[in-house]
Design a protein around this ligand. Structure first.
Ligand code: DGI
Ligand code: FE
Ligand code: FE
Ligand code: FE
Length: 187
């Protein structure tokens, strides 16, 4: 699928602000893909559709989790974690993308997972560092991202875990799995 066709399909799904974020994620992800020799066309499509379900009503996201083969424990965690897994299902059903690598990168873009593929890492990190983001510690992550993708992902997941703990929020197991895996990799 060509970029403009994909963007035309995505556009009516999202509010303008979220669409603009997606275009920045796409540009950042392609640069990361070129830096680390990841398939640029797959990266482009995964980035364009990573937040496909972001503006769906929460009760619809909840219904999809209950009625499809997705981890039910998601329902016991923050609803912010639902749009990736449901997005992967909807991109398959509604857009007709069946590439497992692309669908996995969409599914795990918020939490990460234990054994992330290079495409998973590119989408996870691009979503975190795109130029519109403002998080504490972001400049260090941005710098690391272009030198060592595992270090970039490690810092990003560490920041997320620290942030959630500082707010006394639960941390989804996959988020910890990702953080632990990157901690071992960068040692
Ligand atoms: O959809 P985006 O806003 O572009 O970004 P995203 O899909 O990475 O979502 C980021 C949000 O998800 C951010 O507010 C932190 C939150 N998050 C990530 N991992 C966890 C989490 N929230 C909880 N409660 N638990 C997690 O493990
Ligand atoms: Fe997201
Ligand atoms: Fe995003
Ligand atoms: Fe797990």
């Amino acid at each position: 699928m060509e970029r403009n066709e994909a963007l035309d399909i995505l556009k009516p799904q999202l509010k303008q602000e979220r669409y603009d974020h997606t275009v920045r994620v796409m540009e950042t992800a392609i640069q990361l893909a070129q830096t680390y020799n990841v398939d640029v066309k797959k990266t482009e499509i995964a980035a364009i559709f990573h937040d496909y379900a972001k503006n769906r009503p929460l009760d619809e996201l909840k219904r999809w989790i209950k009625s499809t083969y997705l981890p039910k424990d998601l329902l016991h965690y923050h609803h912010e974690l639902w749009h990736g897994p449901v997005g992967a299902k909807l991109v398959e059903k509604e857009v007709g993308i069946h590439d497992r690598e692309i669908l996995d990168a969409i599914q795990y873009h918020t939490t990460g997972r234990a054994h992330m593929t290079m495409l998973d890492k590119v989408i996870f990190l691009a979503d975190y560092i795109e130029p519109g983001r403002k998080f504490p510690g972001l400049e260090e992550v941005r710098k690391a991202a272009w030198e060592d993708i595992n270090k970039g992902c490690w810092l990003a997941s560490q920041n997320t875990v620290s942030f959630l703990m500082s707010k006394s929020q639960p941390v989804y197991p996959e988020t910890f799995h990702a953080y632990n895996a990157f901690t071992r990799m960068v040692k």
